[in-house]
Structures are given as structure tokens and as C-alpha cells.
Design a protein around this ligand. Structure first.
Ligand code: 5GP
Ligand code: ZN
Length: 113
């Protein structure tokens, strides 16, 4: 599963992506089909299928902290931004590798669709 997983392949550098952060534990790259002027995905390099499979709360905390740091780097922290984790079928998850969406650069609407 992890061999063919698209985000595992991006983490291994086998598929190109516009990286904005990359360390031993996590990678962050621009979404291929951006839904806002800034749309970045934060992933753990280790394959974790979804939030429902994520047992490491420290890792989850570091992913959120990285999202906030990238928001500052992208200059959207002052105007605001949205972080989203889609989980499973009803959550609208389409790639089965845990990721945080970081969206900003425009005003978001609520409720989400
Ligand atoms: P989900 O629907 O699972 O929450 O989000 C998956 C996201 O991954 C989508 O926003 C989609 O545009 C993005 N995506 C899917 N395949 C690729 C890819 O190969 N490269 C990049 N950069 N983004 C991708
Ligand atoms: Zn994966």
C-alpha cells in the first residue's frame, strides 16, 4: 500500500511536488488542484492512512505546529487561514495518507460543503 501511495511517493521524491517544507518526519507541498491562493498539504513521511489511524498525538501536534509556521512563512497568518483534515468517505478524503490542508489568501465560507 505504502509503495503505491501517492503521498508516500511524493515523500520519497519519486513524484515531483512543489515542496515548501521537508524534514525527516514531515513534508509540506502545494496542492495540485488548489482551492485557494495558498493551498498546501502537510503530511507525515510515515504512511498513516487517516486521522482515524493516527495514534501518535505528538506527531499530530507537530503537524499542526508546522502548518502554523508555514502560514506565517506564506504571509497569511495575519489575515487568517483554515486547516482541514478530511477523514474517510463522508469526510471527503480522496488520498488515503493523512494530510492537513492549509488554505488561505482569500476569505473562507462556512459551513463547508
Ligand atoms: P483529500 O480529498 O484526500 O482531503 O485531499 C487530497 C488532496 O490531494 C486534493 O486536494 C488533491 O488536489 C491533492 N492531490 C492529489 N494528488 C496529488 C498529487 O499528485 N500532487 C499534489 N501536489 N497534490 C495532489
Ligand atoms: Zn502513504
Amino acid at each position: 500500500m505504502a509503495e503505491s501511495c501517492i503521498f508516500c511517493r511524493i515523500a520519497r521524491g519519486e513524484i515531483p511536488a512543489q515542496m515548501v517544507a521537508n524534514n525527516k518526519e514531515m513534508a509540506a507541498f502545494r496542492d495540485l488542484n488548489p482551492q485557494a491562493p495558498v493551498h498546501i498539504l502537510i503530511i507525515p513521511k510515515k504512511h498513516i492512512g487517516s486521522l482515524d489511524d493516527a495514534a501518535d498525538s505528538d506527531l499530530l501536534g507537530r503537524m499542526m505546529a508546522l502548518a502554523a509556521a508555514i502560514a506565517r512563512q506564506e504571509k497569511i497568518a495575519k489575515t487568517g487561514y483554515r486547516t482541514v483534515i478530511n477523514t474517510g468517505k463522508d469526510g471527503g478524503q480522496s488520498v488515503d495518507h493523512l494530510h492537513i490542508h492549509l488554505l488561505g489568501g482569500r476569505a473562507m465560507t462556512w459551513p463547508p460543503g
